[in-house]
Design a protein around this ligand. Structure first.
Ligand code: OAD
Length: 233
């Protein structure tokens, strides 16, 4: 049976595809006040601004491709039972060929009803513009299918179960600043190999982590070598 490899990814995973991270200098939260574009209060105050922010992110997604890191993680499915938990709202893991991707913070390619959160719609591949007046079948305005600050994280319990089931755990490109996602490391079983790929130092409060201080593409290449070596031992 294949070993279960659980991978927690953040914005740095997609940085080499040309998508901005949030907290690096020049990151998205430098340019847009987070409380205006990523909170329910921001949406209530100025829905147009918030729709425009996500329309821009969605349009950007049409022009970018998975990078070598995404492709390398997808390729690991040959030898491992790979489960991705991503904080990213892009679809680059799926487009790279990964088959098991849990989106903790929602998905750019989906919208949902503001009046009935069970009504979630996949947008057509070429549609990125959501407008005021675009409504669900019950007549409520549509909003981005994104978990905003101050909102519950519906996929968290499933992510915890996935983290607990890991034989190997890997963290890639997240500053681990945002909870509950950052807390997932606490559920990773003690004694299993844990790797972290990031070009910058990240504080994890664990001392059993093997740190690969590299960007996602290079880091995944090195990780693949380490894991393949482990398979042949
Ligand atoms: P951050 O912007 O906080 O952190 C990005 C991390 O990626 C940092 O640790 C960088 O050092 C690292 N990084 C930069 N370039 C990289 C590269 N080429 N390869 C690998 N790593 C690289 O982004 P997140 O931790 O993902 O939530 O942020 C978490 C959440 O905060 C996001 O999901 C988003 C945001 O607010 C919502 O919008 C709800």
């Amino acid at each position: 049976m294949k070993k279960r490899l659980v991978v927690l990814t953040g914005a740095g995973m997609s940085a080499e595809s040309g998508i901005s991270t949030f907290r690096d200098s020049g990151g998205l939260w430098d340019k847009y006040p987070v409380e205006q574009v990523a909170t329910p209060e921001g949406f209530a105050a100025n829905p147009q601004l918030v729709l425009d922010f996500y329309n821009t992110r969605r349009k950007e997604l049409l022009n970018v491709k998975p990078n070598e890191g995404h492709l390398g993680i997808a390729a690991l499915e040959k030898d491992f039972d790979v489960r991705i938990i991503t904080q990213n709202v892009d679809n680059l893991h799926e487009r790279a060929g990964s088959s098991q991707v849990l989106h903790l913070h929602g998905e750019l390619t989906k919208v949902r009803s503001t009046g009935d959160e069970s009504l979630i719609y996949e947008l057509p591949p070429d549609k990125y513009d959501v407008k005021i007046g675009d409504k669900c079948e019950k007549g409520f305005q549509l909003r981005p299918h994104i978990v905003w600050f101050g909102e519950a994280v519906p996929m968290f319990d499933e992510a915890v179960r996935t983290a607990q089931s890991a034989d190997i755990f890997v963290v890639i490109g997240t500053s681990l600043n945002v909870y509950p996602a950052a807390g997932l490391l606490n559920y990773v079983p003690k004694g299993i190999p844990v790797y972290l790929i990031d070009p910058k130092e990240v504080n994890t409060y664990r001392n059993d982590i093997r740190f690969l201080k590299k960007g996602a593409s290079e880091g995944v290449r090195e990780l693949t070598e380490i894991l393949r070596k482990g398979l042949s031992e």
